[in-house]
Design a protein around this ligand. Structure first.
Ligand SMILES: Cc1ncc(COP(=O)(O)O)c(C=O)c1O
Length: 422
């Protein structure tokens, strides 16, 4: 492969760029995971993680990718044949559902057009119809990384409560934790699933379950077989700062550093920064004359944007040109979106100039790949950043043009775009 001078632009929606501070923190001798130095480290990160999940409940750390934490959430709380309600918001929701099927759960999958999040009124209606309470869990992906749609979690919790339904509430935050507001306790979530390689700015390899008291109670009677993923041994060891098996020691050093960085910036400022960059990215997409896949402005993801290419334009060709010419990786279209969208990751260790560099790469790439578009996306993004500063939205805040887009989308409703996407 040809050598590319300068740093590669890793603008997929995770794994994200790992800051030098975190790389340096990981670059340490591995220590005895049964020794006192490790114990201090473990207690520190187990405690620090709770701030990011916004919980007082225990958080379990697995030496695994996010998929492992999905499995842990299911096998610790459910029994063979249990009825589980899931929302087909995109490819990751689909994979989680496939896993549930393989584990022997009885899944019910509520379809969407992959351009919107899970609908609270649909959930409420379905739960009210389940008078016998046969549904044991509701599983939702908070931020669908395949579509760039963020499901609003509080209305779903409210739907469960209004229907007075006892189902467990399981939420995947793999691509939202540490970049989009998320509150495990306040939002009444029973198991929150997450991973290290996105908002937490770490390499892949760690994943998490934040676990409510109700979920721990359910785990006492849940019958799905589990051993490696079992919370009970993990939690018994964790309370003393130990793990029941060998932990990913050096990634935990990195985690300590990334938690310190998030604390230094302030979680609310981290969320505001992501809102700011999400808005500026969408402004660029509209200026190019292209369409954001997410059809509901209130559900725009602030960690990534999926951009639809015009009919007949292979999005993977555009990505290939951008990689070869500008050494930037963008996310591919997944599942039924293959070839239809490319995804710009704007999460993690990311600032205004990273954003503008990434958008310049896309704009030049659209021209180089011969995609019909208008120029001026980078300028539109700069204007958006400037307006947000002028508006005092301290590197974040409400996005006026998103409100305008909301009005616009009423004129161009789900229909046309949704059919194109499907
Ligand atoms: C929303 C979401 N859930 C689950 C996963 C699966 O995580 P992993 O690939 O780390 O196993 C991903 C991966 O990107 C994801 O984006």
């Amino acid at each position: 492969m040809r050598y590319h001078a300068g740093r590669h632009f890793l603008q997929i929606p995770g794994p994200t760029n790992v800051p030098d501070r975190v790389l340096r923190a990981i670059d340490m001798p591995t220590i005895d995971h049964r020794g006192p130095q490790f114990q201090t480290l473990a207690l520190e990160v187990l405690d620090g993680l709770r701030e990011v999940f916004q919980t007082r409940q225990p958080v379990v750390i697995y030496p695994a990718s996010g998929t492992g934490a999905w499995e842990a959430a299911l096998v610790n709380t459910l029994s063979p044949g249990d009825h589980v309600l899931m929302f087909e918001t995109g490819q990751f929701a689909t994979l989680w559902k496939k896993m549930a099927d393989r584990l022997g759960l009885k899944t019910e999958f509520i379809a969407t057009d992959w351009r919107r999040g899970a609908d609270a009124s649909v959930l409420e209606e379905r739960l009210r119809a389940d008078g016998a309470h046969s549904i044991k869990a509701v599983c939702v992906v908070h931020n669908e990384t395949s579509t760039g749609v963020t499901t609003r979690i509080p209305p779903l919790r409210a739907a469960l409560d209004r229907a007075q339904h006892p189902a467990l509430f399981l939420v995947d935050t793999v691509s939202s934790l540490g970049s989009i507001e998320y509150r495990h306790d306040e939002w009444g979530v029973d198991v929150t699933v997450s991973g290290s390689q996105k908002g937490l700015m770490l390499p892949p390899g760690l994943s998490f379950n934040a676990v409510s008291a109700k979920a721990r109670e359910a785990s006492r009677t849940a019958k799905l077989p589990r051993s490696y993923w079992s919370w009970d041994e993990m939690q018994a060891s964790n309370t003393q700062g130990w793990f029941p098996y060998t932990p990913a020691t050096n990634l935990l050093y990195g985690l300590r550093e990334s938690l310190a960085m998030l604390r230094e910036e302030g979680l609310q400022n981290v969320f505001a920064r992501h809102r700011r960059h999400g808005e500026a990215t969408r402004r660029a997409v509209r200026a190019w004359g292209l369409e954001v896949l997410c059809a509901v402005p209130e559900e725009y993801s602030n960690s990534l944007t999926a951009v639809m290419t015009p009919a007949g334009v292979d999005a993977d060709h555009v990505r290939k040109v951008i990689l070869e010419r500008f050494d930037m990786s963008l996310g591919t279209g997944l599942g039924k979106l293959a070839g239809r969208v490319f995804r710009i990751g704007h999460l993690g260790d990311f600032n205004d100039l990273t954003l503008l560099g990434a958008l310049a790469g896309v704009e030049m790439g659209l021209a180089a790949a011969g995609v019909p578009h208008r120029r001026g996306g980078v300028q539109a993004a700069m204007d958006a950043l400037g307006e947000q500063d002028a508006g005092g939205a301290a590197h974040g805040g409400t996005a006026p043009s998103d409100a305008a887009a909301a009005a616009g989308s009423a004129k161009d409703p789900a229909g046309a775009g949704a059919r194109r996407a499907a």
